[in-house]
Design a protein around this ligand. Structure first.
Ligand code: LR7
Ligand code: MN
Length: 600
């Protein structure tokens, strides 16, 4: 265990420092996190979500039985026991390596993905009315284009199989995979072998000859396509039942409608599949995509939940478009590099040049929302800024000033030649940006100085609300089995970031752990035990589960397991003041805890 702990410590720290340098040196900062935030759900939406029957967390992850037998599970039991707990358990150094390298290279839990079947059932998240929808005969057929750069093989395989399993063969013209010059060793060869050995000739694999970035890689793929409709997907998705028919139906009715599914959530730590609320795409003046609530009153009658929803923008990764329409509309801006901005560019272009962009609620596709983008651009360029500048200069007329005001550092950044895109806009005879704002996105307000203050205010309100709604299941001391030592904070109970240590068991605040209905362990009902790092710490409770969610049974001699981390709470040594760490789950004494109920 000692050697294991050292390795664990080293590898987790290494992972952390690498991700830190990646984030800061390339300048991607935390933008991505803002991009994927789902807006705070108002009560109405919550009620609606609660009513829908599809959300069944116990049914989410079903593992291949063979894998299950091989792994010989150790008895980690949760109170609300479900199957998911054991799929991410790190049982040995090989598991640990898969997991750690996975987070580093892919930004998600590769161990879970590896242990999941390529064919798995996911909950049907559609509204019930979708189930009786009828689709026309003679729908156009689709070329599905998936670009990938360093994708984890199992996740890519699951993406492809979900399509083959859930798409009617007569509507599937081909799947075009474009390897964007991945540098993870052997990926291209592995994919090639797998396709040749297992998959139909409808699945085609191409490769770029240098790293192009997702925009030019999609252009490359779309030029090879010959189906009526192009469907673009990311390489870490799972399509849901009857996902394609409603998209094709809408394009069949209107060739200039560009359509997206609702993007459901595949949790990056656990691969749980869950439904997303119905929201539209918007953006802010920093030119970041954001989710936006529907217009009030948009969802009135039952049928409103299944009709197309006009959306000012799209997230970018998952959409369907008539192939000729895509080509006539100017495809993509090939001057954009690696990642970012192309989603707003094509959204503005669609609306301003006579088309429409719509969300089709009966089409559902899950996407792995990673915690950070695990790659940069080869030369370190901030491609989000470059690409956004191209959007601003071509499409935004005088409104580009608002972007510059928001991002003063962008003013002097090099963005290449945009003359051909300006010529395109002219030749398509497109509307002005002010037309777009007025007719498509009137909800977008111009930035004012008070915005910041308002934002801070609304955040405060939300957190107050959460505090009031807190539900406690029980209050305990956690004693390391066979010792008189209890789990305590190294510093004061209110010190964020404090590590955890063993202290002689005493009935003090500093050893009082309260279990919430969200699986949190709160010290003195204040800060949350967070298992993100080798040394678990006290963090502000965010109520989003993840590394603040713990499983165990309240009893004696049980491991305390962190679902997202795949690791157990362990004592470094059985001595007063020694640190508590995250370690491989075993039946070792150092991972066994007694829950001693405390009445308040
Ligand atoms: O250099 C690259 N070459 C590639 O082929 C970089 C990426 N890629 C591939 C990559 O393997 C993946 O399959 O391109 C695809 C998209 O890259 P991600 O998954 O890193 O992007 P993302 O999901 O983080 O970001 C969203 O915004 C991007 C802006 O450029 C793209 O439009 C993504 O497609 C888009 N993803 C979605 O819209 C899914 C829903 C997320 C939300 C909200
Ligand atoms: Mn993605």
């Amino acid at each position: 265990t000692w050697a294991v702990s050292i390795y664990l410590y080293w590898s987790l720290n290494k992972e952390k420092s690498i991700s830190h340098t990646l984030n800061s040196s390339i300048g991607y900062k935390r933008q991505m996190q803002n991009d994927i935030v789902i807006p705070y759900e108002d009560d109405e939406k919550k009620r609606w979500r609660a009513k829908s029957k599809y959300y069944d967390p116990n049914n989410l992850i079903k593992k291949d039985d063979i894998i299950r037998q091989k792994l010989n599970p150790i008895p980690v039991k949760a109170v609300n026991d479900n199957e998911m707990s054991d799929i991410g358990i790190v049982r040995n150094l090989d598991d640990l390596k898969v997991r750690n390298e996975g987070y580093k290279l892919h930004g998600f839990n590769a161990l879970v993905s590896k242990n999941l079947d390529y064919h798995r059932s996911i909950p049907d998240t559609r509204n019930d009315l979708c189930k009786s929808s009828k689709y026309s005969d003679g729908l156009p057929h689709a070329s599905i284009i998936i670009c990938f750069y360093n994708e984890q093989f199992d996740t890519l395989a699951r993406t492809i199989h979900s399509i083959l399993d859930r798409t009617p063969a007569n509507l599937l013209h081909e799947i075009i995979l474009v390897n964007d010059f991945s540098d993870t060793s052997g990926l291209y060869e592995t994919v090639k072998l797998y396709i040749n050995a297992n998959l139909s000739s409808k699945v085609k694999l191409y490769s770029t000859t240098q790293r192009e970035g997702l925009i030019r890689a999609r252009l490359f793929g779309s030029d090879k396509a010959s189906g009526d409709v192009l469907v673009f997907l990311d390489s870490h998705v799972e399509v849901n039942v009857h996902w394609l028919e409603p998209l094709l139906q809408r394009i069949y009715e209107n060739k200039s409608a560009v359509v997206t599914p609702i993007i459901d959530i595949i949790n990056a730590d656990t691969f749980e599949y869950s439904a997303s609320p119905i929201v539209r795409g918007g953006f802010n003046w920093g030119l970041h995509f954001k989710w936006e609530n529907l217009r009030t009153g948009f969802l009135n009658k039952a049928e409103d939940f299944i009709k197309p929803i006009p959306s000012p923008t799209m997230a970018g990764g998952l959409f369907a478009i008539d192939r000729h329409y895509f080509n006539n509309l100017g495809k993509y801006d090939s001057g954009m590099n690696i990642w970012g901005g192309e989603n707003l560019e094509i959204s503005f272009r669609i609306w301003m040049c006579g088309g429409s962009l719509e969300i089709i609620p009966c089409s559902r596709v899950g996407h792995v929302f990673r915690k950070r983008r695990p790659y940069g651009s080869p030369d370190g360029e901030d491609t989000m800024i470059r690409n956004s500048l191209r959007v601003a200069h071509v499409w935004m007329d005088e409104y580009k000033e608002y972007y510059f005001r928001q991002r003063p550092e962008a003013v002097n950044v090099h963005f290449g030649d945009v003359s051909s895109r300006i010529a395109l806009r002219k030749s398509l005879n497109c509307h002005s940006f002010s037309w777009y704002l007025k007719n498509v996105y009137p909800e977008l307000t111009l930035p004012t100085d008070t915005d910041d203050i308002q934002q801070r205010k609304s955040k405060l309100l939300v957190s107050d609300l959460k505090k009031r709604n807190q539900v406690y299941i029980g209050h305990y001391q956690l004693r390391l089995s066979k010792t008189g030592l209890c789990l305590a904070s190294e510093k004061d109970v209110k010190t964020k970031g404090s590590r955890l240590v063993l202290r002689n068991c005493l009935r003090v605040k500093n050893q009082l752990w309260s279990q919430t209905d969200k699986g949190e362990l709160r010290l003195a009902q204040y800060l949350c035990l967070d298992g993100e790092e080798v040394h678990p710490r006290l963090s502000k409770c965010h109520e989003m589960g993840g590394t603040q969610k713990w499983k165990h049974k309240y009893s004696t001699n049980v491991p305390v397991y962190n679902v997202a981390a795949g690791m157990c709470l362990a004592a470094e040594k059985s001595q007063v003041n020694s640190y508590v760490i995250m370690d491989i789950c075993s039946s070792n004494d150092k991972t066994q805890w007694d829950f001693i109920p405390v009445s308040l």
